[in-house]
Design a protein around this ligand. Structure first.
Ligand code: C2E
Ligand code: MG
Ligand code: MG
Length: 257
């Protein structure tokens, strides 16, 4: 009963969170493995709850998905991330690509392409400065229907990447047909990269496959210099993780840029 009550409370608080401006974005840099230049920034949502403090996305995104609140929340994230990327650009900071996570329900909502176009138009951000992160679970489910949405986004100039790659179900046939430009190796394969030969084998196989398919390959969750060295040797293009930086506020990210 206590659990059910806590969940109900979370749900009703989340409904109000958007209007009360309790949602905020943190940003994590994505660097080139070759010269460690910041190429992209991933926007990661945080909920600043007035009583419970900072709530991480793993605790509330699934509630948002189940209740449909993910649509207004996701729309806000898109608009805010685009606005921030353009604001950094206007302030004269080096140009970066802004990567935004998109939930399955949000991706499948009618008019999602228009929402993305609206966020770009309002912010003035160039479409090729925006990248949408989708998971295998999002794109492979009803793959033929999704192909239309993916192609429309691609035609607009928006980049697409497959997040948490290797943990879901992927059809290699679709990987070939989808206009996805980047694979993000899930951090579960990176965590023990330097000690577990199986993780090394999986990571280097994803890198070879991605590169052969002319995709960019990025490793998530890089925490140690040894991991970065191995990834660079494999030919992995980009890396993201605590080794470089934890997700930080917009001000912190601007300083870094
Ligand atoms: P994700 O998209 O795979 O994001 C990467 C997660 O890994 C982030 O957790 C990040 O803080 C964490 N991380 C980065 N580097 C390291 C590292 O070196 N070690 C470890 N242990 N972790 C690292 P976070 O911010 O808690 O987000 C968790 C998940 O919540 C995200 O996974 C994403 O699926 C989802 N999420 C976050 N923001 C949004 C959003 O705006 N919309 C949607 N739909 N989902 C979001
Ligand atoms: Mg992501
Ligand atoms: Mg991920």
């Amino acid at each position: 009963q206590a659990q059910a009550q806590a969940r109900l409370r979370l749900e009703s608080d989340l409904r109000a969170a958007i209007d009360r401006n309790e949602l905020t974005l943190h940003y994590q840099p994505i660097r080139s493995t070759a010269d460690q230049e910041v190429l992209c920034v991933e926007a990661l949502i945080r909920w600043l709850h007035p009583e419970l403090g900072v709530i991480m996305p793993d605790r509330f995104i699934h509630v948002a998905e189940e209740t449909g609140l993910i649509n207004p929340i996701g729309d806000w994230v898109l608009c805010e991330a685009c606005r921030q990327a353009q604001a950094w650009c206007d302030a004269g900071l080096p140009p970066i690509t802004m990567a935004v996570n998109v939930a399955p329900v949000q991706f499948r909502q009618a008019g999602f392409v228009e929402v993305v176009a609206g966020a770009l138009a309002t912010s003035g951000l160039d479409a090729n400065r925006l990248e949408l992160e989708l998971t295998e679970r999002t794109v492979m489910h009803d793959a033929d229907i999704n192909l239309g949405t993916l192609s429309a986004l691609h035609r607009m100039g928006v980049d697409l990447s497959l997040d948490d790659f290797g943990t879901g179900y992927s059809s290699l046939a679709y990987l070939k047909r989808f206009p996805v430009g980047k694979l993000k190796i899930d951090r579960s394969f990176v965590a023990d990269l330097e000690t577990d030969p199986d993780d090394w084998a999986i990571a280097s196989t994803i890198v070879s496959m991605g590169r052969s398919l002319r995709m960019t390959v990025l490793a998530e969750g890089v925490e140690k210099p040894e991991q970065l060295a191995l990834l660079r040797k494999m030919g992995c293009d980009m890396a993201q993780g605590y080794h470089f930086s934890r997700p930080t506020s917009a001000e912190g990210m601007a300083d870094m840029l």
